[in-house]
Design a protein around this ligand. Structure first.
Ligand SMILES: [Cu+2]
Length: 352
């Protein structure tokens, strides 16, 4: 756990960086367009995203093999030249877009499309026949076992475990507050499982330098990830409040499932910019996306409910269904409307 002081310091840095967001009045111009929604073709077939522990060992191995395949394919046209693999290219684009796709209305839809293009790439370039699994961390947070014993951290059929203390040092010329780092989360390199000693070329934060995949599992994060925390957020009736409450700090003053999950894994994952260097990023965000999808399905009016500011700095506009979700060289750029119904073209997946 970071000390209260270091948490306060981080919060201060976050508040400074995003102060216009916090001080500005929320923009309320809800977009609900059911007529348009009905015109989108329904998928003939949907593929199922499943919870990690419901996969067979072979299915788990297939997913990890596909991720490792992405890490072995050359980058195509990365936005940061040091990105070496196609996998790194996804991380690079997240670093570049981090300040516009977090703490804004497009947070959930942008990450929904980001996951979709990553999943398409696993299937198209690496012959993967499955989907991105999701990690329902509430199951582990509700359990009396430590989070570090969660099946995702298994060394044989999982992503490997916690960082080994003393194996990693943050760059000394790295201003932690600028990069929104939790220094105590960088416990050490992952030394077991399929990503042991895997080299991440970008991060932590906006820093560029080869380093090991780092973790620092925080057991205290259970409080933000348990089923009570999830139920509380799922019960929020408006999207405007829901997307803030699921995303968390610094929009909120304490952790929520999104930032709490990032913080729980630690290392690059605990960073706003470089987090997709951690392969569990995709399973964490798939679970957030599932919670949003379930929220959308509570009432027909929610399926296309969208609101929130488009930028973290003035002048603020409100995101609408026409707002662009750029994916650059990663895959198809779409508008928010296109991602809202995952059972409609061009999405065609669901959560089991
Ligand atoms: Cu992100």
């Amino acid at each position: 756990m970071p000390s209260t002081f270091s948490l306060a310091l981080i919060l201060f840095a976050l508040l400074n960086l995003f102060s216009p967001l916090i001080s500005g009045a929320p923009v309320e111009d809800k977009t609900t367009d059911l007529a348009q929604a009905k015109s989108r073709p329904r998928c003939a077939d949907v593929i199922q995203r499943r919870e990690w522990r419901s996969l067979s060992d072979d299915q788990k191995d297939d997913y990890i093999e596909a991720v490792k395949c992405m890490q072995s394919l050359p980058a195509m046209k990365p936005v940061i030249k040091e990105a070496k693999s196609r996998y790194d290219e996804f991380q690079a684009y997240h670093i570049k877009r981090a300040e516009s796709v977090h703490l804004t209305g497009q947070f959930l839809p942008w990450h929904r499309q980001y996951l979709k293009v990553f999943e398409d790439e696993l299937r198209d370039k690496c012959g993967y026949e499955g989907t991105i699994p999701y990690w329902d961390w509430s199951l582990d947070a509700d359990s009396s076992k430590p989070l570090s014993k969660a099946p995702v951290f298994d060394a044989t059929h999982g992503f490997g475990g916690d960082g080994a203390p003393g194996t990693y040092t943050l760059p000394s010329n790295h201003p932690p507050a600028d990069y929104l780092i939790y220094p105590t989360s960088f416990k050490g390199c992952v030394v077991d499982g399929p990503f042991a000693h895997h080299k991440v070329p970008l991060g932590p934060g906006k820093y560029i330098g080869d380093h090991c995949l780092t973790r620092g599992i925080q057991e205290a994060a259970k409080a933000y990830l348990n089923s009570i925390a999830v139920k509380k957020i799922a019960a929020i009736p408006s999207y405007g409040e829901f997307h803030v409450e699921i995303e968390g700090m610094p929009l909120t003053t304490s952790h929520r499932p999104h930032d709490g999950g990032h913080f729980m894994i630690g290392g690059d994952m605990s960073n706003l910019y470089s987090s997709p260097g951690e392969p569990l990023f995709y399973l964490h965000h798939a679970n957030l996306d599932r919670i949003w999808w379930e929220w959308q399905n509570v009432a027909p009016s929610r399926l296309y409910e969208m609101t929130g500011r488009s930028t973290t700095t003035a002048p603020f506009t409100n995101v609408t269904l026409e707002f662009p979700l750029d994916m650059d060289t990663l895959g198809e750029s779409v508008i928010i409307r296109d991602v809202m119904d995952i059972h409609s073209e061009p999405n065609c997946y669901t959560y089991a």
